[in-house]
Design a protein around this ligand. Structure first.
Ligand code: SF4
Ligand code: SF4
Length: 88
């Protein structure tokens, strides 16, 4: 589950830029999750929000990371999630 703490959000738009499925919009200078079902719960928005305005409870996670790590057995670079889809 992804939760936006509106009182902390400055509307900077970084979360929108890094979200792989593009389900964050900036409306009235606040981040808004536009499509709850399409959120991957990957955590990229939380990781890149310098105002700590997003909390993500990890769910399914990043599909690309799952495929690379669990199926292809490719070790991630470990530099962290600067998505959109820079992996990783
Ligand atoms: S990165 Fe954080 S502060 Fe910036 S718009 Fe997104 S939630 Fe708001
Ligand atoms: S958790 Fe990932 S998919 Fe969901 S809103 Fe944040 S960046 Fe987008």
């Amino acid at each position: 589950m992804m939760n936006i703490i509106l009182s902390k959000c400055t509307g900077c738009g970084i979360c929108k830029k890094v979200c792989p499925p593009g389900v964050i919009a900036i409306i009235a200078k606040k981040a808004v999750l536009t499509d709850y079902k399409s959120c991957l719960e990957c955590g990229a928005c939380e990781l890149n929000c310098e105002f700590e305005a997003i909390e993500v409870t990890k769910g399914t996670g990043c599909f690309v990371a799952i495929i690379k790590e669990d199926i292809l057995k490719i070790t991630p670079k470990g530099t962290g999630c600067g998505c959109s889809e820079g992996c990783c």
